[in-house]
Design a protein around this ligand. Structure first.
Ligand code: PRX
Length: 659
């Protein structure tokens, strides 16, 4: 509760800077309200007009929203379009072909710029190579690539042909990759020899080979390998090098126009069960919100240099790297490396070097950089010229007000608004966010819904709660960029996101939220399900538990989150071994290391528990239910206040207390 209370007493208000507001799309709250009112008065018409304004339709839609079969909503369903045409060709056709689309900076600081015209050629050559290999609309491809021009080109080439892509973050293990290949039924994998991060080569192709040793190998027909460094790798008859297959391909490839509802991509994310969910997005509705939020939330202008630091393996890297900034025809930075290499001044140095005007990153990075600059003044943002910045953004997790204010003052020079954007893999783009020229900002609050998004805080029965009362965050009306289904599991989609208790029509975000009594601003209180947020990355506790119990010596495991200064939350695992419980410090740390590495291998290094505690048992009720609330308290080192006499084994608490 202390976290919630501390946010509630936050009363600093930062008004939009007058210069910024003067030139902004929405210059004050009355303009924001007018847009909201427009959406209230004619909900479908509101979205239809935006869809006509922001996207180029090959054949126009006549149906706006088909809500005959909730929650399987369909938007603009008889319209046809192509995402890659909307992101690239349209700008070339309108005379902006020479404008720089991508500025790539490698881990070691090399720069490559790609114009819209060149991007079109790259995407077309790749698409032609895919056609030659027999791929077509409706096929699925897994993309397991580093942050690179080729990563974006792969996504765009799939989109050009109506191939549904599923990008797997390069930090996920071979096992995670294998599960996703099987679930999505991908015949094609696009990968690289390695990815380079923080001066190290991390093998990708090797993980693909490992993923293709079992069932997945029967599904996959082709593996296309981008040579990032050209180091020697093993190639099997199914593997080909990207540079070789595109070499003699034509520079132009006709886009394949698809129905608006055609799945542009499936992106896996964690939920409250052990199995990640393949979140399926549409083409038209998704692309609309990508472009729209670039325009309104980021107030993007033709000359802006936009930099979203997210990896293409996450939703943020889809919407605000691979699609959004291209849909609006802007120039963006793509960064291969990490914020702390060669030192923690890298972001600031890059902002200065490239003249970045809009910078979008995660609170965890901000907190890590605050810490780094407090330890080493030389990497602090004040040592760099950050005058080019005009707008800052954050995403992925709640930002604590102190980090917000630091970001505002030290990075934004107290002149740049900060858009704290709340959204999710499932929402496709921002759903609650300030409008930077209009919304007065309160640190720690994502403020108000994007116009047209009917967000509310409700109780377990779906009843709206008054401001000042915490409850569940829902969105009450369908919107164009919403999740369409869980790939291959429509039932789970319905149950998870549109529960019967809420009438089956409200989208349940899975976050707790509270609205401010005075101004109705939303504050996100964190997940209400068993999902953790580690450095802005979503991980299900069940997923980590399943990984742990898959280890031969583990009898039982329970995973909880614990607040962490830098990563927001960290993972604490309580483990019961089949063999004897390790007792001395050396045994404990050795066993913990083995299990940490095991989880890294099963899921990926991001899922490694920071701390593992061993016990002879876990605290359970007499009916055998694990008392997670107690485990959370133990992880935090809190004193157990509640009566534990109903526990089957109260003595176990002492053993698991970690002292
Ligand atoms: O808990 C919320 C948190 O991140 C979750 C969504 O995670 P994911 O699907 O991986 O997408 C992250 C990038 C969009 C949410 O359920 N979250 C995201 N943005 C914010 C946030 N929590 C608080 N404030 C935010 N701005």
């Amino acid at each position: 509760m202390s976290e919630i209370e501390s946010r509630l007493i936050e009363n600093r208000v930062f008004f939009p800077n007058a210069d910024f507001a003067k030139n902004a799309k929405l210059s004050d709250m009355s303009e924001y309200m007018a847009m909201c009112q427009l959406s209230n008065e004619g909900y479908e018409q509101f979205w239809a007009e935006l869809a006509r304004e922001f996207l180029i339709w090959h054949s126009p839609f006549t149906s706006i929203l088909n809500d005959q079969n909730p929650p399987f909503y369909r938007w603009f369903e008889d319209g046809m379009l192509n995402a890659s045409y909307n992101c690239i060709d349209r700008h070339v056709r309108s005379g902006n072909g020479d404008k720089v689309a991508l500025v790539f900076e490698s881990d070691d600081g090399k720069i490559e710029k790609v114009s819209y015209k060149t991007l079109l050629v790259k995407v077309c050559k790749f698409a032609n190579a895919l056609i030659r290999k027999g791929y077509k609309k409706g096929d699925r491809a897994i993309i397991y690539m580093p942050m690179s021009i080729e990563g974006v080109v792969s996504m765009q080439a799939c989109a050009r042909l109506g191939i549904t892509h599923s990008v797997v973050f390069g930090g996920f293990s071979a096992k995670s990759l294998e599960e996703r290949i099987i679930d999505v039924g991908a015949k094609l994998i696009i990968t690289a020899d390695v990815q380079v991060r923080g001066g190290k080569n991390i093998p990708l192709k090797k993980a693909v080979d490992e993923a293709l040793t079992g069932e997945a190998s029967k599904i996959v027909k082709d593996v296309i390998v981008y040579r990032r460094t050209g180091i020697e790798i093993e190639m099997s008859p199914r593997d080909v090098f990207l540079d070789e297959i595109i070499e003699s391909e034509e520079d132009y490839c006709e886009p394949v126009y698809v129905e608006s509802e055609h799945p542009l991509f499936v992106l896996y994310t964690s939920g409250s069960t052990g199995r990640p969910k393949g979140i399926q997005h549409s083409t038209g509705g998704y692309l609309l919100h990508s472009a729209l939020t670039m325009f309104y939330t980021f107030d993007i202008k033709p000359d802006d240099i936009f930099w979203c630091t997210a990896d293409i393996g996450w939703i943020t890297g889809h919407t605000y790297v691979a699609y959004g900034p291209l849909a609006t025809g802007n120039t963006q930075i793509i960064f291969e490396g990490v914020p702390t290499f060669p030192d923690a001044g890298r972001f600031w140095q890059m902002i200065e070097k490239h003249g970045v005007s809009i910078f979008y990153t995660a609170p965890t990075a901000i907190r890590a950089l605050i810490k780094a600059s407090s330890l080493n003044q030389r990497v602090a943002p004040e040592n760099y010229n950050l005058k080019s910045l005009r707008l800052l953004g954050t995403v992925g997790e709640p930002i604590n007000p102190e980090a917000w204010v630091w970001y505002y003052k030290n990075v934004g020079g107290s002149r740049c608004p900060i858009v704290d954007t709340f959204w999710q893999t499932e929402t496709g783009g921002h759903v609650i966010t300030p409008m930077p020229g209009a919304t007065p900002l309160i640190p720690g609050s994502c403020t108000l819904p994007f116009p047209g998004i009917d967000a509310a805080v409700v109780d377990e029965t779906g009843q709206e709660l008054p401001n000042g009362k915490g409850g569940m965050l829902v969105i009450r009306k369908p919107w164009p960029s919403m999740i369409r289904t869980i790939w291959g599991d429509a039932e789970r989609f319905k149950k998870t996101y549109f529960p019967k208790e809420l009438g089956g029509k409200f989208y349940l975000a899975g976050d707790g939220s509270i609205r401010d009594e005075k101004n109705g601003y939303f504050t996100i209180m964190g997940r209400i399900d068993d999902v953790l947020n580690i450095s802005g990355h979503r991980l299900g506790t069940m997923e980590i538990e399943s990984a742990l119990v898959a280890y031969e010596d583990v009898a039982e495991a329970a995973v909880v989150g614990k607040p962490d200064e830098v990563t927001g939350e960290s993972i604490v695992a309580f483990v019961v071994l089949k063999s004897k419980r390790p007792e001395n410090v050396k045994e404990i740390s050795e066993k913990a290391k083995v299990l940490q590495n095991w989880v890294a291998k099963e899921i990926g290094p991001i899922a490694k528990p920071k701390e593992i505690r061993f016990g002879d048992n876990l605290p359970k009720t007499r009916s055998g239910k694990i008392m997670r609330r107690l485990l959370r308290a133990l992880a935090k080192g809190e004193k157990i206040q509640q009566d534990v006499s109903t526990l089957e084994n109260p003595a176990i608490l002492e053993q698991l207390s970690g002292t």
